[in-house]
Ligand binder design. Structure first.
Ligand code: ZN
Length: 208
């Protein structure tokens, strides 16, 4: 950001000292978490999982959890960057009253930000669609690797929602752990689109 823009931002914050901030994927790219869309709003890779597909198709869940199991360690190790820290500092100074993020990576909280709303949920949790039990994603990760030891040997690239590109893997062989309380279907505790559309207008969302 150039000096003129920084001056304008200073002026804006002085004039509006009780800010609500909304952040999205762009703020986390410097932490190594890619965003979904390019500058024109087109999907960079495959479209993200939809709620309908996830709940209706066992094969879709096999595909999702195989990719997720590979992408999770990198996602989990991401650290907040300067922008997260700057916003947390502005909160401590009293300028930011609330921060709403579309990101599921919890990097604002890692940077020390206190008043946050995770609009799209959080990827470090898993929820049972039957009984509502919530467990840490890390716990499921261990179960995923135990049930599918071959995944531990695969190297792949990283996608935005903590999953990974995985082309040469037999998804049919993927074993998905169930809820230990009720054997229900487990879902990452994030908002999935109900269905996807070609453009950025695909904003219909649904919680479990
Ligand atoms: Zn359950």
């Amino acid at each position: 950001m150039n000096v003129a823009k920084i001056d304008k931002l200073h002026e804006f914050i002085r004039y509006y000292p009780r800010l609500v901030v909304l952040t999205g994927a762009g703020i986390s790219t410097a932490s190594g978490i890619p965003d979904y869309r390019d500058a024109k709003g087109e999907w960079k890779l495959q479209q993200p999982m939809t709620f309908t597909e996830f709940t209706r198709s066992h094969h879709a869940r096999q595909r999702y959890w195989a990719r997720s199991a590979l992408g999770w360690p990198l996602f989990d190790s991401a650290q907040p960057n300067e922008a997260h820290h700057a916003l947390a500092a502005l909160e401590r100074l009293g300028y930011i009253k609330m921060l709403i993020t579309q990101n599921v990576d919890r990097l604002h909280q890692c940077a020390g930000h206190e008043k946050t709303i995770d609009l799209h949920g959080r990827l470090d949790e898993v929820i049972c669609l039957n009984c509502g039990e919530i467990l840490p994603r890390q716990q499921l990760q261990q179960a995923l690797i135990r049930a599918n030891p071959s995944l531990a040997e695969i190297k792949t690239s990283f996608a935005p929602d903590g999953d990974a590109q995985l082309e040469h893997f037999d998804f049919n062989s993927m074993v998905i752990p169930e809820c230990t309380q009720c054997e229900g279907v487990l879902k990452p505790n994030v908002v999935f689109l109900v269905r996807t559309y070609p453009g950025p207008e695909s904003a219909l969302v649904c919680r479990p």
